[in-house]
Write a protein that binds this ligand. Structure first.
Ligand SMILES: [Zn+2]
Length: 336
């Protein structure tokens, strides 16, 4: 059954301060869906250069230099291979979430395979870090749109939020919402959807891929600040290989090469400037603050989003019940 899309209306950012969320998709350069033989461990050529063992500590230093924290969407395959590195990421104050078990597109998986990947990667990461894994991002944004018939499996597996539905032609749908919303099923739970940042006005270009690398820092920051002013929650995306400061260490051809190499020159420095410009925090934390001031619907007591608002609010010590939330909102000056 298709979910109902429930928009959430936050207060203007001016009353609460803007929030900027940063996310890192933790995968090697060869985890690209454009080269199926690379993402399938059974078919992967042996001897491909791996970088994450040094790229992850390098990225942690880069983030620490600006006081930035992020959500790391980790492939289960990577976590099994580098458990110590993932623990270091968590110990540095970042949020650990799932990027599924292997980097397969959703469309190539059966219902059972996807359900298993969602549960397996979540359990593996939770065992590693000793904390609940709350968020999921599909490889290559491959749910594409909110009415994908398997999207409900993310809620079934116990995730609280998803960040897989890009408002981008190709990677997703141009018409996908740009602001957070609830996906509410009548026959199962709900998911908070937190879409990635786009720029370029009506073009909806992805801020976290080659168009964003090519554009430079100023247009991305302007888009993030504009989104925050509109009361949206800008979610920036980066991959460790993008900020390695080195060329791709193995063979990629055609579109895969274009996507990896375009705009890479100098991107490490541009990304550093992006980090230094605004305070970046993990998605779960930004969403908690965002939801703590989101306006409940007219019938707050019967609002199914209240459970989500309560959970996220717990993490920042904000109101924990819908009644408290409604009271806090009523008392808040400047409520429209
Ligand atoms: Zn990925």
């Amino acid at each position: 059954m298709n979910p109902e899309l429930r928009p959430l209306s936050p207060l203007p950012a001016a009353t609460t301060g803007p929030r900027f969320a940063l996310s890192v998709d933790v995968e090697e350069w060869y985890h690209t869906c454009l080269v199926p033989a690379y993402v399938d461990p059974q078919r992967r050529p042996s001897g491909l250069t791996e970088e994450l063992d040094w790229l992850l500590p390098d990225l942690l230093e880069l983030l620490a230099a600006s006081g930035s924290r992020a959500t790391f969407f980790v492939l289960g395959e990577v976590a099994a291979h580098l458990p110590g590195r993932i623990r270091e990421v968590a110990a540095a104050g970042h949020e650990i979430c799932s990027h599924s078990q292997l980097h397969f597109r959703i469309a190539g998986q059966s219902r059972q395979e996807l359900a298993s990947s969602l549960r397996r990667s979540k359990a593996l990461l939770e065992d590693l870090i000793g904390q609940e894994v709350r968020g999921f991002r599909a490889p290559e944004w491959s749910f594409r749109e909110p009415r994908h018939p398997l999207l409900g499996l993310v809620a079934d597996a116990g995730y609280r939020y998803d960040s897989s539905l890009a408002p981008v032609v190709g990677a997703g749908r141009w018409s996908n919402p740009r602001r957070p919303y609830l996906l509410q099923w009548t026959d199962r739970g709900s998911l908070l959807e937190l879409p990635p940042l786009v720029f370029g006005g009506p073009l909806h270009l992805p801020a976290g891929s080659w168009p964003g690398r090519l554009a430079g820092t100023a247009p991305i920051l302007a888009a993030a600040r504009r989104a925050a002013r509109r009361g949206e929650l800008p979610v920036m995306v980066v991959h460790p290989w993008e900020v390695s400061g080195r060329p791709t260490p193995g063979p990629l051809r055609g579109m895969a090469r274009f996507v990896h190499e375009t705009g890479r020159g100098g991107y490490r420095e541009r990304f550093g400037r992006l980090l230094a410009a605004v305070p970046w925090v993990p998605i779960g934390e930004a969403a908690a603050e965002w939801l703590a001031v989101a306006q409940p619907s007219a019938s707050a007591a019967a609002d199914p989003s209240a459970e989500h608002i309560g959970w996220f609010s717990d993490t920042v010590g904000a109101p924990t019940t819908e009644a408290e939330l409604a009271r806090a909102l009523a008392e808040r000056p400047g409520r429209p």
